[in-house]
Design a protein around this ligand. Structure first.
Ligand code: CA
Length: 229
């Protein structure tokens, strides 16, 4: 079964999400507070995607996200944010979330986002995968989905891995933000281009020698990004 953690303290929203997930073939695992969400993840290590509400009675959703990411980079994380939390989207993504959905959301929108993350976190393998890409100080292992820089492991989320892989497959080529969105999140993705920028910003912190003067992921103004060494 495709398990999805649903962390939401408002019972009516949670049951709305749960019913729609079941309808789409997922197995929802429910939690009504942050501590319970962490407990459910310990109990169900095969949960592949987590939906995290931000405003909770105990620890907030961003903190839950940070704690999950401290030990788990493979799980896909979607933050459920209210419109008034516009600024918090960025905070959420910087703490390691892959995506966010703004309330109120439609069941179709939520399911599309979850489907996209499932594809990305599934570790789908390319038939022509050689298993390794080496460029400059970087070594990307496409079987284990890991990255090393100068022989040191860089902890990446699945989305970050997919972005790096796309860059390494297209060295020196200017890639538009739409290209990156389509490749990494999928063509049926409903979200905004901003999510690309936020993920790139986080990626730069992880891989650049000096994130304020990016040398590997450079900005192509008004267009997108370019991978160069
Ligand atoms: Ca709430």
């Amino acid at each position: 079964m495709k398990k999805v953690l649903v962390l939401e303290d408002e019972a009516n929203i949670r049951s709305f999400v749960v019913i729609n997930l079941r309808r789409s073939g997922y197995e929802p695992i429910e939690a009504d507070c942050g501590e319970m969400a962490l407990e459910q993840l310990r109990r169900h290590p095969d949960i592949r995607v987590a939906l995290l509400d931000v405003m909770l009675p105990d620890i907030d959703g961003f903190e839950v996200c940070r704690r999950i990411r401290a030990s788990n980079t493979r799980i896909g994380i979607i933050m459920l944010t209210a419109r008034s939390q516009e600024m918090d989207k960025v905070t959420g993504l910087m703490t390691g979330a892959d995506d966010y959905v703004t309330k109120p959301f439609s069941p179709a929108e939520l399911t599309a986002r979850i489907d996209a993350l499932f594809r990305r976190t599934g570790g789908e393998q390319d038939a022509e995968d050689t298993g390794e890409i080496r460029q400059g100080p970087f070594r990307l292992n496409t079987r284990n989905r890991t990255l090393e820089k100068n022989g040191e492991h860089v902890r990446l989320t699945q989305i970050e891995f997919s972005i790096i892989k796309y860059f390494m497959d297209n060295p020196g080529k200017a890639l538009s933000r739409e290209d990156i969105l389509n490749e990494v999140w999928g063509r049926d993705y409903f979200g905004e281009l901003k999510i690309v920028d936020v993920n790139i910003r986080r990626l730069r912190i992880k891989i650049e020698d000096d994130p304020t003067m990016p040398a590997y992921i450079t900005t192509v103004w008004g267009y997108g990004y370019k991978w160069g060494l």
